[in-house]
Every structure is written in C-alpha cells, then in structure tokens.
Design a protein around this ligand. Structure first.
Ligand code: SAM
Length: 390
C-alpha cells in the first residue's frame, strides 16, 4: 500500500471513531459514547483491579480486547505496524563515545545510526541537546562533518567540549531552529533529527524544500508541544486538538513503589478536590488545577484541599465534607481509569496517522519518502523514523 492509501485508510477510521477516543474521561466524566456504546462502558466498569492493571501494562492485550468491540480497529492497528528498518551497519566503537550518556539514550542513538540509510553528505543534527547522536554520526562517517544545532547555551558548551575531547569533526552552532536567518546551514545537507518535539519537527517538515535540505531523517516526538491550537493534516479530514496530539504519548503509569503510590494519591486527591469544588461552586465541569509542589502530598487530604483552595482564591466552608469528597475522588478515579482504557487502544493508529501526514508533506515537496521502526518499543516508544531524500 502506498503512503497516501495507507494514510487515507487510517484517516477514515480515526474520523469515524473520533467520539470514542477524543473525550478525556478525566475531564468529561460522562463521555457521549457511554450512551451508544453502553456495552463497552459496562465491560470496562466491571473490570477488577487486577484486570485493569494487566490492560494498562500490556498494550497488546488492551488492543485485542478493544478491537473485539470496535469494528475496524484490528485493521487500523495492523496499518500502524510499520516495517523495521534494516540494520545496515554496526556503529563504530560506540563504547568509546558513550561517556556521560544515559544508557537508554545511547542505545537509541546506536540503533538510529545503525539504521540510517546511506547518504554521502555533510550532516546537520537538528535540536541536538548535547549532541550524542552527532558524536556517533561524526565517528561513523569522519569524512562528513556534523553541525549540531541547539538553542541551549549550556548544552552547546557541554556538547562542544565532548566533541573536542574525542577529536571529532562535530561543530555546534547555538541557534533557534525556528528562526534561522537563512538556509546556509542546511542547504544541500543531510539533516537528522532525533526526538525533536512538536513545532520543532513540524517546522523542519514544512520547510524542508524551502531550506534546500537534500536528505532528512526524522524521529518525531511530543506532537502536542505546539503553538497551534489544532493540527490539520495535508490531505485528511481529521483534525486534532492538543488532547488528541497528546494521546499517542500517553503512557500508563510504569513507575513502581513509592512513585506509583504518590501519583495515584495525587490523581485521587485532585479528583476529590474537584468534587469539593463542585459542591462549593455548583460548577459540574472538571476544573483543572496547575501543578503542585510534591510537599502538598505529604500531609492529609484536608491540608491538600486547603492549600489548593487558598492558591485558587476559593474559601472552603467550615462545613465542607472532606471525607465524602475524598471518597468521591477515589470512586471517580477508579471509574476514570477504566473508561480511559478505550481511548488508549487508539494510540498507535493516531501516531501512525501523524507520522504518515509528515511523510506525505515531504512527498508533496518532491522527496522520496519511507517510514519504518528503527528500534524496539522497549527502547523508546517514539521509534518511528521518517526518511526523505530528493
Ligand atoms: C527532546 S530534546 C532532544 C535532544 C536530542 N536530539 C536527543 O535525542 O537527545 C529537544 C532539544 O531541542 C532543543 N530545543 C528546543 N527548542 C529549540 C529551538 N527553538 N531551537 C533549537 N533547539 C531547541 C532543546 O534544548 C533540547 O535539547
């Protein structure tokens, strides 16, 4: 199937099922689908805690279950499984260069360098951070210098120092990639972007031809980090708001022990505080609250509510029934976790739709484009690589 047919199949499926995955149960306690798919709601709400945990921890089990309820989901999930990029090479002495790099990141860098299609051009590392990827590319292809673009001065200094220590032809330029004065740094080059967020990768995709980029390898991430209120594809009918853009990145809690308990407590207490607000203000719509200092979770639920109320400029009546609010928070959390499972089963099709849109935008600018997985999901869930060359 070509990229366009692939995209259109996902676009039609996602547009048709939008009422199932678009509402966020945390905020919309009663999504409209509860009415017309009461069968799904009933099955999810009947899950015991063990079954809930199993479905949260294993996307394949969750997808199989939801696919038995939603026609077309099985096919959409199959369309979301891109082929693996072949490993074309063993990266050059990676262990020599991996000082100070967190293990997982270095393995991602190695996997990407092993899979990058052969391109004999000088390279640019887009949004380089400390330039780990640029360092390995420079060691792998010493004949092609690497220019690493990064906005943060401290990361630039750290990256430049590492490159110098290893004697590599990797040079850093401190720059805002969204406001480059001209295309000089990019023209005729091979640009490689690992985990460039939202607008940072979208700018690259939209401007590739105008910037005269000869070849591009892009691993997108954090689709929701954008200044645009909604995402419009080039050729599809579906639009995504920020919740939709965030959905592919929604991971269920993988933390263990204390972290997990703390996150659970915060979620329950936030919902409990919201239940209290509903009584006090009469507003039945979930009112999101800003992030909190972790210290607020160390006291009692009452201390938490008083701190939240004070910050929000709300006076809690002395008669407020805090025990009832906390119990309602617990009940809402249990319900929300179960109802949220439905939308989680659409993460992969949505991400595939987003990535294919980027591929099609590049194709429309005259590039030959291919999409594939460059590493296992366990190494990074953002493992889709878009390769484009003129
Ligand atoms: C998610 S990190 C990825 C870093 C690196 N590519 C990696 O995979 O480790 C994104 C990087 O983009 C940089 N960045 C953010 N906005 C930028 C901008 N407007 N111009 C250049 N770099 C930017 C950040 O400082 C950060 O280092």
């Amino acid at each position: 199937m070509d990229l366009l047919a692939h995209f259109h199949a996902l676009d039609a499926f996602l547009e048709g099922t939008q009422p199932l995955w678009s509402p966020v149960p945390y905020r919309h306690a009663t999504p409209a689908w509860l009415q017309n798919r009461a069968d799904i709601a009933h099955s999810l709400l009947a899950l015991d805690d063990n079954s809930l945990a199993r479905l949260q921890e294993d996307p394949a089990v969750l997808e199989a279950l939801v696919a038995s309820w939603v026609p077309g989901l099985g096919e959409a999930l199959a369309l979301s499984r891109f082929p693996e990029w072949p490993r074309l090479r063993q990266p050059t002495q990676p262990e020599r260069l991996d000082r100070f790099v967190p293990g997982r990141k270095w393995q991602q860098v190695e996997a990407l360098v092993a899979s990058l299609p052969e391109v004999s051009l000088p390279r640019v590392e887009w949004c380089a951070g400390k330039g780990h990827l640029g360092r390995l590319m420079s060691a792998q292809w010493p004949q092609h210098p690497v220019t690493s673009l990064e906005r943060d001065a401290q990361l630039v200094a750290a990256g430049q120092a590492a490159s110098r220590a290893f004697g590599l032809a990797q040079h850093f330029v401190q720059a805002d990639v969204l406001a480059l004065p001209d295309s000089r740094l990019l023209s005729g080059r091979h640009v490689v972007a690992l985990h460039a967020c939202g607008d940072l990768h979208q700018h690259l995709v939209l401007q590739a031809h105008a910037l005269d980029i000869a070849a591009l390898d892009l691993v997108p991430c954090c689709y929701h980090l954008t200044n645009r209120p909604r995402y419009q594809s080039l050729l599809g009918r579906l639009y995504l708001d920020r919740d939709g853009l965030r959905l592919p990145l929604t991971e269920t809690v993988t933390a263990r022990g204390y972290d997990r308990r703390q996150r659970l407590q915060e979620a329950v207490w936030r919902l409990g505080f919201d239940a209290l607000l509903q009584v006090v203000t009469g507003c039945t719509i979930y009112q999101p609250q800003p992030p909190i200092p972790k210290a607020w979770l160390r006291g009692s639920f009452e201390d938490f509510c008083r701190a939240m109320a004070e910050r929000a400029g709300i006076k809690l009546p002395s008669s407020a029934n805090l025990a009832d609010a906390e119990a309602r928070g617990q009940a809402r959390h249990a319900r929300t976790e179960r109802l949220s499972l439905l939308r989680l089963a659409f993460r992969a099709p949505l991400e595939a739709w987003l990535v294919l849109d980027k591929a099609l935008r590049l194709e429309a600018q005259g590039y030959e484009v291919a999409v594939g997985r460059f590493c296992a999901r366990a190494l990074t869930p953002r493992n889709l690589l878009v390769h484009a060359r003129r």
